[in-house]
Design a protein around this ligand. Structure first.
Ligand SMILES: [Zn+2]
Length: 341
């Protein structure tokens, strides 16, 4: 019997001894040799394996298969946290609230072994941590969402990352636009392990592909000053116009200019819209939004997927009933920033 490497043979032997109900003791573990015996001193079961000439593959060279022991270990020392975490990983992923008794029942049904309750919960923590590899849930834009975005949204897309509540501690990255009525229009969400340049670059790569697929090019990205966003955009989408959330800029200024005067002057400047200030603004953006609050409002809601679907369906229903020719209701009534989420 051949094995890919030494770890492969060790894993296989661990499974075998759990299946047969005995414990292993490693007699010799060297670079070229691996010998194990049955933990019962009266027993003569023994396996000797060696690495082959290719430098990688291992093979069993000699094996005494007959046991002189009882082969009835229910609490097998081989069944440790690492082994059980690997075996129950998918069950724990599917239900992170799985109870100790349920995990023990699964171990008993599948492998005929049990673990102490305290060890079971340590094993569960280990499984949860090990499942946090490099996980990135692919971003997707569904066709109706895409059509609504391209046909009816402003060119401003706010991005933000937030910690998800849950045992896995992932980060939700989201991109949200505003529709013609200045209401939130979710574009893309993704779940990643860490918020850093790698995850943002991956996110912007997909966002750019989605936003530019129709040929529409008047996009502007707004964000706070989180680490990773600027270098990722420099790398993935260097030419896209960028804006910073004014609220976050104000927070940054507070460090050097404490006091209310700076706050008052800052917001006076940010919200100024005289003809002398307008000339500097991008005429294609056509948006009064100066903060990233609309993205953070979306991220703070629970059940993003359901809310995004309900929101899109409601917007579609309302827009189909809308017969007035030009100006959206919120814009006409001047209720631009007050009624979101
Ligand atoms: Zn034995």
């Amino acid at each position: 019997m051949l094995f890919v490497d030494k770890e492969h043979i060790k894993d296989t032997l661990r499974d075998y001894c759990v299946q047969e109900g005995f414990a292993l003791v490693v007699n010799r573990s060297k670079e070229l040799r691996y010998t194990t015996v049955c933990a019962d001193e009266r027993c003569r079961w023994r396996i000797h394996a060696a690495r082959l000439a290719d430098g990688h593959t291992w093979a069993i060279k000699t094996m005494k298969q007959k046991h002189n022991c009882d082969l009835n270990l229910v609490t097998n020392p081989t069944v440790n946290c690492e082994w059980a975490a690997r075996k129950l990983l998918e069950d724990i992923r599917a239900n992170v609230d799985i109870r100790g008794k349920t995990m023990n029942d699964l171990l008993w049904d599948r492998y005929g072994v049990r673990m102490a309750t305290s060890t079971l919960y340590k094993m569960k923590d280990k499984a949860i941590k090990s499942s946090k590899g490099v996980m990135m849930i692919p971003t997707q834009i569904y066709q109706p969402t895409f059509k609504g975005l391209i046909d009816g949204c402003r060119g401003l897309v706010g991005v933000d990352g937030t910690h998800l509540k849950g045992n896995f501690g992932e980060i939700l990255l989201s991109a949200v636009s505003l529709d013609g009525n200045n209401e939130i229009f979710p574009v893309v969400v993704a779940v990643v392990d860490y918020e850093n340049k790698t995850s943002w670059s991956w996110f912007f790569h997909h966002l750019k592909a989605a936003l530019t697929a129709s040929g529409r090019s008047d996009w502007t990205i707004m964000s706070d000053r989180q680490k990773g966003i600027d270098p990722s955009l420099d790398q993935v989408w260097p030419k896209v116009p960028r804006r910073y959330c004014a609220r976050h800029l104000c927070e940054n200024f507070k460090t050097d200019y404490p006091g209310v005067l700076m706050h008052k002057l800052f917001w006076s400047v940010v919200k100024s819209c005289s003809q002398w200030t307008k000339w500097k603004f991008d005429p294609t953006l056509c948006n009064d939004e100066v903060t990233n609050n609309f993205v953070e409002s979306f991220n703070s809601t629970i059940g993003v997927r359901r809310i995004a679907m309900v929101r899109h369906a409601t917007r579609q229903h309302l827009s189909q009933q809308w017969v007035e020719p030009c100006i959206c209701p919120n814009i006409r009534e001047g209720e631009i920033f007050d009624k979101r989420v």
